[in-house]
Design a protein around this ligand. Sequence first.
Ligand code: MLT
Length: 207
Amino acid sequence: MNTTLSFTHRFVPASAEGEKPLLLLHGTGGDENDLLDLGRALAPHSALLSPRGRVLENGMPRFFKRLSEGVFDEADLLAQTKALAAFIAEAREAYALEAPLAVGFSNGANIAASLLMQAPNCLAGALLLRPMQPYRVRPQFRLNSTPILMLSGAFDPIVGKVNVDGLAEAFTEAGADLRYETLPTGHALSQMDLTIAKEWLSEHGRA
Ligand code: MLT
């Protein structure tokens, strides 16, 4: 655990050159340790930067406040998105990293989607696992062919299809290089996520 930068985080240096660093963003109730194994499985040699969300909901870390399930405190979301963008800049300088590719699950995918909309230059791309639209009114943003993989679950009780289709449409209209798949699964990750994510990263995760 490292507390020297503005977010408590873990950093694992790259073990070889050639892979983009991964920014690992956990789900509600997770922490900076949660996605390290997933990151390593996805990209065996890349640097891993894994912050802990700074908001607590009944003791569970998250990346921003919500009013109820699926209803976000958008003022807090915007403030936390800016804080996370500032942390990414700090960490890039501290660890001499190029722009990272975000790997976010659930609440972590939602703040990654918000980063793409509010601070489009701070990520080299994003792998969004079970994301939903972060804002009720879509902000204006442009993504110049930024690679994005969205994986949703057909039986996800938390994220509705209309909502996630809307997010895909927003990224496509903004100019992202989007791949979007709906898997026959729920909110939890499956082996299919890992297989597709690895395949996508082998194409888009090269430095
Ligand atoms: C959120 O609050 O970001 C979403 O509802 C996903 C989650 O349950 O964390």
